[in-house]
Structures are given as structure tokens and as C-alpha cells.
Design a protein around this ligand. Structure first.
Ligand code: ATP
Ligand code: MG
Length: 594
């Protein structure tokens, strides 16, 4: 923190996580302060004359009036450098392990100062510039290997332009050892492998580009029906137990991203514990290495007060942007943004601000936007022709599953894809319970070419066909509810059967099934094409007068339903087999009635 010595303030008032201090002249909004004898971390949220209102990120029980408040002169910042991958951090960027060790247990963690990045670890540094060279912000000074990626040490955005005076030769160094000395308008400066960045400020880039590349998640209903792109945004709203967490886990596990940042703001402690136990054991299906090696995990432990959830979201997105700046594709998942919005509501009410809808402050939409707006596909800074992206996916957990509440509604306005989870589907164990009539993706039209190029199929036309079938069957179901299914024409009943096949054979995907857990775009395309053919092939049976009861009992229908469980390498053969069986069965049924 800063070398400057500031006057100390004095606590005059404590109300839960909100503390008021006097003697804070010159302090600024969003400045980090240390509160009380225990030096709890807090952030100034309001200033009135010499008084500052502070939101404290650690439990304030036992803190008394008269205790000091220390200023730091700095905003809440993230440490950015090698060593982030594989870390499990709390909402303030402190490694959970270190916090637990220093506190002698995982529960009494107040006032502990623990830097994010390991200070003793040595990194193998290879310089990429020479003394005398001119560099600009974003230029790569050198690299170090980190997990499965090449970590680029860039001239930080805070130094716009400089000349290299000294550069370290290749070797092993800790992040505290300067790797360069540069000269700029402000004078000479040592550059280390890490720097700090205020978490509420988006990191700069050259230009934002339209996102056009599918972020493959391997989840069929997402990739095919409601896709998200690299650099895109999506929300997963859903009531209790509808599958938000499983969806985010599946994406963290399977998405074709270089780096994954997972922010857990679960309100139930066990959900977080679950994550901490399961995540480190997961193996990257592509590289066979621990998934944690490409991930950063932020876990708001249940003993952290509500405001820390808010900080953790911004910490997470800052880490994501940092790896993006290296020219990588990053995915950030947040579970759940509702917990974070509730933190905002609680704070606002303690500050006695005028509440807006359902007690949330009027600036709620701006806050939600400021989070999702940090997603994007960008040209990185520096003399580099590279692109990077951050995709942001946030779960929303509206109380009672009511998607009309403000957090869901505002989120909907800012995201490119919206996966509305449905409690009726979840109850029927139709997972992922993404409702195909209430969800949307604004990226579809831009992905037609991607699918043709990457799967060899005009997948978006299959999608249209399948959607039409699903929509038609949904209206037919309405009718059937009134008049009974038997009253529908055979043709309409075939529509219902065909759409059932799409649901069972394509939309339903079991996260826990060895094969089904991931489905490549190629397999998705061939599978959907095959299932869609059922309707066209079965139609002549109706015309020939084969009774519906016989059609719905066809054996080959079962084969089609189970195609999704066939592993990738045997899939094409299995499709051929299933179709020839279907043809044979159809011919014999038609022959029977003739
Ligand atoms: N894709 C899936 N495949 C198989 N089972 C699933 C899938 N998605 C969800 N489930 C089932 O639903 C259960 C609840 O899912 P999950 O914990 O993700 O819900 P949630 O919406 O996060 O709930 P909460 O509101 O409690 O946080 C899981 O334990 C699992 O049994
Ligand atoms: Mg959950």
C-alpha cells in the first residue's frame, strides 16, 4: 500500500457492516481503509464533511466506537501476475489456505492481511525486449510458463509509454524481483512481474469487436438453441434446485476457454463447501490435467459479511480481464448475482437511501450493467495484433423462482443470452431445465457460418425446424389438455411424438453420464439432423393408415432416443444403423396395413 502517512480517523458509529468515522478529511469515495484495532478491511462508500461512511468486508462484532480507522489512499485493487491460476481466494483476493493457516482455523479470519500471489515462488522468466527499446502499455516484456498457458508479463496500463533501461536476463525470479527498469515522463520506474489494478475500473483495450465465435460448452440446448459466444454474456435465472449451479459447473468444466474464473457467492455454506471439495478434483477433459490449473476460484465463505460478495464479483472480472489482455479466451461464471444484488440492497437500506423496486436501490440496473459490460471480445493494447475475450455468465436466483423480479428483469436487458430454468421441467427431471419457449440468444444469426464451417451442417436451419416443431407441440399440448390427446388428429399426434423425441433425445442431457456430459458441435449437428428426420420419415405411415399406437411403440424410436449416449468415435456408424432400422420398421408397418 501507499507510503504516505494519512491522519487516522475515529469510529463514531457502528451499524452491522456499516461504520461511520470522523476525522477523515481528504478521504475519497471507494478508498480502502482498515477499521478498528483489528484492522478490518473496508471501503468508503459515502463522505459527509470530515465523516466517512465505510462498508466493512469482515464481521464487525466487537468493534467499538473510539477505535481508529486507517486510510490507505488506494481503491480496492486486485494483484495481477503469475500465480493466479489454481488459486482459491476469498472475496477480497486472499488465498483461503493462507487465511485459514494464519487464523489457526477456517473461521476466525478477521483482519488478516494475506497477499493474493505467492511471494516465494520462482517463475522461469524469458525476456522479450532489449534495453533501449521503446514500449507502450500492453507490450510484452517477457513471459513465464504458468500451468498450461504462457503468461505474458506486459507493460501495465498505468505506464503509457516508456523506454527500457534494464531488462533481466532469462532465469528464475520471484514476483518481487524487478524484471525491468523503465524510464517514462514521470521518471524511472522498476517493473515487476505483477501490478495492482482497481477492481471497479475496467482494464483498457484498443477496440471492442462484435463477438462471432461460438463458445462451445458441449451442452446441446445451449450450443444449438441458445448459444453464447466468446466474449458474450448470458444469465441463468431459476428457482431453487432448478440446475443453476450444475449448469455453471458444466460450463466451467467443458467450455473451450483458456482460463475460467468461478465466483461463488452462494448463500448456503454447504454449496460453497461442495465446490471447494469437488472442483480441485475435476480433471480437464481435454488436457487430462487438473481443471484448477486453468481456473481461479473465488469463494465467499459463509462467515464473510454480505458486502464482500459485491467486492468478489469485481475482483473476479478484473482477473478475467487481465488474462484476456494476454490474448486469451476467458469465461467468468458467477453463482449467484442475486446474492450480490441483495448485498447492495442491504447496504442501501443501511445508508437510508430511498428504495426503488422491492427495496433495491435505484442504481441497481447501472450496477448490473457495469458488471456485464466488462465482457467482450477485444483487440488488446500494445503493439500487438491479438484478440482476447471475456464471456460472463451469471446465475440469478429470484426468490420463489419469480422471473419478474427486478434483478432478473434488469439482467435480461443487458445479456446476449438468457437461459430461463423451469421448475416444472426440473421436477420432471428434464435437465438442463432450460425452457425453450422463454429463453433467448441474440447471437444466433451471427453463428450460421460458424456452424457450417465447424460442423459441416447448416445447424441453424435444423434449429429453426426443431423450434417450429417444439412450438407447434406446445400449442397442441394446450389443446390436448382441454380435449384430451385422443381427440387430436394422427398427424398432430405425430408432431407431439416427434417433439418428444427432440426433447428426450437432444434437449435432455445428463451432466453425470460419462458420454452425455459433453457433446461436440459435430455430434450435436448430426444428432439433431437425424432426430428431425423422424417426422418426415414417419409421415407416410400416417398417410398409409398405420395407427398412432403402433408408431409410438416402434423399437427404432428407442434407438433414436439413445443415440446421444453413443461415444463420439462410434457415432456416425450408430446413426447409419439407427436409420436403416427405422426404414425397415417403417416399411414393414406400412406393408402390414396394406
Ligand atoms: N444437467 C443436469 N444433469 C443431471 N442432473 C442435473 C442437471 N442439472 C441439474 N441436475 C439435478 O438437479 C439438482 C439441483 O441442481 P443445482 O444444485 O444446480 O440447482 P440450483 O438451481 O443451483 O439450486 P439452488 O437454488 O439450491 O442453488 C442437482 O443436484 C442434480 O441432481
Ligand atoms: Mg445453486
Amino acid at each position: 500500500m501507499s507510503e504516505l502517512v494519512y491522519e487516522r480517523g475515529v469510529i463514531v458509529h457502528i451499524k452491522g457492516p456499516v461504520v461511520e468515522a470522523d476525522g477523515m478529511r481528504g478521504a475519497r469515495i471507494r478508498e480502502v481503509v482498515y477499521v478498528g484495532e483489528e484492522k478490518l478491511i473496508g471501503e468508503i462508500v459515502r463522505i459527509e464533511g470530515n465523516r466517512a461512511v465505510i462498508q466493512v468486508y469482515e464481521p464487525t462484532g466487537g468493534v467499538k466506537s473510539g477505535e481508529p480507522v486507517e486510510r490507505t489512499g488506494e481503491p480496492l485493487s486486485a494483484e495481477l501476475g503469475p500465480g493466479l491460476l489454481g488459486l482459491v481466494l476469498d472475496g477480497l483476493g486472499r488465498p483461503l489456505e493462507v487465511v485459514a493457516e494464519k487464523a489457526g482455523g477456517p473461521f476466525i479470519t478477521r483482519g488478516i492481511k494475506a497477499p493474493t500471489l505467492p511471494r516465494d515462488k520462482k517463475w522461469h522468466w524469458t525476456p522479450k525486449v532489449k534495453a533501449g527499446e521503446e514500449v507502450i502499455a500492453g507490450d510484452v516484456l517477457g513471459t513465464v510458463p504458468e500451468g498450461s498457458i504462457t503468461h505474458k508479463i506486459m507493460l501495465p496500463p498505468t505506464i503509457e509509454k516508456a523506454r527500457i533501461l534494464e531488462i533481466r536476463s532469462e532465469g528464475d525470479y520471484t514476483i518481487e524481483e524487478p524484471i525491468a527498469v523503465v524510464e517514462h515522463i514521470g521518471g524511472k520506474e522498476e517493473v515487476k512481474m505483477y501490478h495492482k489494478w482497481p477492481v471497479r475500473n475496467p482494464r483498457p483495450f484498443k477496440e471492442k469487436l462484435a463477438p462471432v465465435e461460438l463458445l462451445v460448452t458441449g451442452q446441446r440446448v445451449i450450443d444449438t438453441f441458445f448459444p453464447i459466444v466468446k466474449g458474450g454474456t448470458s444469465a441463468v435465472p431459476g428457482g431453487f434446485g432448478t440446475g443453476k449451479t450444475v449448469t455453471l459447473h458444466q460450463i466451467s468444466k467443458w467450455a473451450d476457454a483458456d482460463v475460467v474464473v468461478y465466483v461463488g457467492c452462494g448463500e448456503r455454506g454447504n454449496e460453497m463447501t461442495d465446490l471447494l471439495h469437488t472442483f480441485p478434483k475435476l480433471v480437464d477433459p481435454k488436457s487430462g490435467r487438473p481443471l484448477l490449473e486453468r481456473s481461479i476460484l473465488i469463494a465467499n465463505t459463509s462467515n464473510m459479511p454480505v458486502p464482500a460478495r459485491e467486492a468478489s464479483i469485481f475482483m473476479g472480472i478484473t482477473y478475467a480481464e487481465y488474462y484476456r489482455d494476454m490474448g486469451l479466451n476467458v469465461v467468468l461464471t458467477a453463482d449467484s448475482t442475486s446474492r450480490w444484488a441483495e448485498a447492495l440492497r442491504e447496504l442501501s437500506s443501511r445508508l437510508e437511501e430511498i428504495p426503488s423496486e422491492r427495496g433495491y436501490p435505484a442504481y441497481l440496473p447501472d450496477y448490473i450493467a457495469s458488471f456485464y459490460e466488462r465482457a467482450g471480445r477485444i483487440k488488446v493494447k500494445g503493439n500487438r495484433d491479438e484478440l482476447g475475450s471475456v464471456a460472463v455468465i451469471g446465475a440469478v436466483s429470484p426468490s420463489g423462482g419469480d422471473l419478474n423480479e427486478p434483478v432478473t428483469q434488469h439482467t435480461m436487458r443487458f445479456v446476449g443470452a438468457f437461459w430461463a430454468l423451469d421448475k416444472d421441467l426440473a421436477f420432471k427431471r428434464h435437465f438442463p431445465s432450460i425452457n425453450w419457449l422463454r429463453s433467448f440468444s441474440k447471437y444466433i444469426s451471427g453463428l450460421r457460418d460458424w456452424w457450417i464451417k465447424n460442423s459441416g451442417h447448416d445447424m441453424m436451419s435444423y434449429r429453426e425446424k426443431a423450434m417450429a416443431l417444439l412450438q407447434r407441440s406446445s400449442s397442441l399440448e394446450e389443446v390436448a389438455r382441454v380435449v384430451g390427446e385422443a381427440a387430436l388428429s394422427d398427424e398432430n399426434r405425430l408432431v407431439l411424438l416427434s417433439s418428444e423425441l427432440i426433447k428426450e433425445g437432444f434437449l435432455v442431457q445428463n451432466a453425470y453420464h460419462e458420454v452425455d456430459t459433453y457433446c461436440s458441435p459435430k455430434k450435436q449437428a448430426l444428432l439433431l439432423k437425424t432426430l428431425l428426420e423422424f417426422y418426415d420419415r414417419a409421415k407416410p405411415m400416417i398417410d398409409a393408415g398405420v395407427p398412432m399406437s403402433r408408431i409410438s411403440e416402434m423399437k427404432s424410436l428407442g434407438n433414436l432416443r439413445r443415440l446421444k449416449f453413443v461415444p463420439e468415435e462410434k457415432f456416425e456408424d450408430a446413426v447409419k444403423e439407427a436409420i436403416s432400422q427405422l426404414e425397415a420398421e417403417i416399411s414393414s408397418l406400412i406393408a402390414e396395413v396394406r
